[in-house]
Design a protein around this ligand. Structure first.
Ligand SMILES: NC(=O)c1ccc[n+]([C@@H]2O[C@H](COP(=O)([O-])OP(=O)(O)OC[C@H]3O[C@@H](n4cnc5c(N)ncnc54)[C@H](OP(=O)(O)O)[C@@H]3O)[C@@H](O)[C@H]2O)c1
Length: 193
């Protein structure tokens, strides 16, 4: 059975995750958590998030499924990165037991929280940053609707792991089976800092 994990780092209170197609902060430990979690996994992201990832990280061993309506969109590694236009196409390209890691941005979190039942996140790694934002302007993207959904349908199962002004915790969907070995791996990454 596919386990779907969503993860993000949002700004406390306003739930901003990006400005001007970039992260509005630069926190090494947060970025390390992200890449530790997704390396060698199946990553799902939107075209804008894909374009905002550092190329040397993006081209590590993980597979990346890039959502775009433009089937001519050029990826940097044609062997490991695949452009998809729907969740149905994702289903066609995944084996039954393969897990996915939903890495944003806002449009993709929204799509997966509302879309196909089997791809609704079973687990959320919710990281909350309390600090200054860089370059705030009108292009700020927030995930407030996604957070409202999380607060209704998920329960928090860990304490906050705090580092560098970021409090990270794991939430699971109420009433759903969750693979314990996967949870353990995520907790270890957060605990190690
Ligand atoms: N803080 C965090 O944890 C975090 C994580 C990820 C991203 N971010 C930030 O979030 C921002 C980007 O988020 P975003 O919401 O603007 O963009 P996004 O979700 O990364 O990408 C949006 C694009 O995805 C494609 N798309 C969306 N829905 C689709 C669907 N149903 N079917 C097919 N394709 C679909 C479209 O691509 P086309 O236009 O090519 O059709 C759309 O323009 C950036 O600032 C990034 O740095 C932050």
């Amino acid at each position: 059975m596919t386990m779907a994990v969503a993860m993000w780092c949002r700004h406390k209170d306003d739930n901003i995750i990006g400005i001007n197609n970039q992260l509005p902060w630069c926190i090494e430990s947060d970025s390390k958590h992200f890449w530790d979690i997704v390396t060698n996994q199946n990553v799902v992201c939107g075209r804008k998030t894909y374009q905002s990832m550092p190329v040397q990280k993006r081209d590590l061993p993980q597979r990346i499924f890039v959502f775009s309506t433009d089937n001519q969109f050029e990826v940097s590694d044609t062997k490991k990165h695949l452009v998809l236009s729907s969740q149905k196409k994702l289903e066609d390209n995944l084996l039954e037991e393969e897990d996915i890691y939903i890495a944003g941005g806002a449009q993709i979190y929204e799509l997966f929280m509302q879309g196909k039942e089997k791809f609704k996140p079973h687990i959320i790694v919710d990281c909350v940053y309390e600090g200054e934002l860089l370059n705030i302007d009108e292009s700020a993207v927030n995930i407030t609707s996604v957070i409202n959904e999380m607060q209704k349908k998920y329960r928090k199962i860990t304490p906050d792991y705090c580092q560098d002004n970021v409090a990270s915790a794991i939430w699971i969907r109420k009433g759903e089976f969750v693979e314990q070995s996967l949870l353990k791996r995520l907790v270890q990454i957060l605990e190690q800092g």
